[in-house]
Write a protein that binds this ligand. Structure first.
Ligand SMILES: Cc1cc2nc3c(=O)[nH]c(=O)nc-3n(C[C@H](O)[C@H](O)[C@H](O)COP(=O)(O)O)c2cc1C
Length: 176
């Protein structure tokens, strides 16, 4: 059966909450599986009709090994399964059975002044990596706000993520 796949990276759990809410919104039209990048298959079969990826902004970019290590140093309560594999590394290995797979990206970020937000590039890089691997973007990237580095999400962000998921499903599974 045709389905959607939502792949995320999350250190404090906020991007995971958004990924699950997006899947919830998708699931009205398209069954959706949510999986962490470190555990996701790198070969995507033709049963997947939509790929959604997302994760946090770290140092105005997608997380890297060094920023994950820095976060673990600063937050000893974090227990990451690995600092080596996140969304960036997973996208680097991604291959598609059916090129042209519909895709969209999101990121989570602090509520910075407008000028700083302009320089946060996680979702831009996610989009570039998606298209480099042969995906076709079906919607502009979406950004979800946290109130502090550890979270929580700003009020209303989960609901917004569900709505975004529902809108993405309509893009790929129109008028079913
Ligand atoms: C090492 C590190 C660097 C960060 N740099 C940024 C940044 O440049 N811009 C920003 O908006 N948020 C930044 N943040 C806050 C993250 O965006 C926030 O922790 C993340 O969105 C929470 O998502 P998560 O719970 O899924 O990890 C940073 C957080 C960490 C740990």
């Amino acid at each position: 059966m045709t389905r959607a796949l939502v792949v995320y990276e999350s250190l404090f759990g906020n991007a995971r909450t958004i990924a699950r809410a997006v899947a919830d919104g998708l699931s009205g039209q398209l069954p959706a599986t949510v999986v962490a990048a470190a555990e996701a298959p790198t070969r995507i079969g033709s049963d997947v009709a939509l790929l959604v990826v997302g994760g946090p902004n770290h140092a105005m970019a997608m997380p890297r090994r060094a920023t994950r290590e820095g976060a673990v140093r600063d937050h000893p309560e974090l227990h990451l399964a690995t600092v080596d594999v996140g969304l960036r590394e997973w996208l680097g290995e991604l291959s598609l059975e059916a090129p042209g797979l519909a895709a969209a990206a999101f990121d989570t970020r602090m509520d910075h002044p407008r000028m700083l937000v302009h320089f946060d590039h996680a979702s831009h890089t996610e989009e570039r990596l998606l298209t480099d691997r042969g995906c076709r973007l079906v919607a502009p990237a979406e950004h979800f706000r946290v109130t502090a580095a550890e979270g929580p999400l700003q009020a209303g962000e989960e609901a917004r993520a569900r709505d975004w998921g529902a809108a993405l499903a309509r893009e790929v599974a129109p008028a079913r």
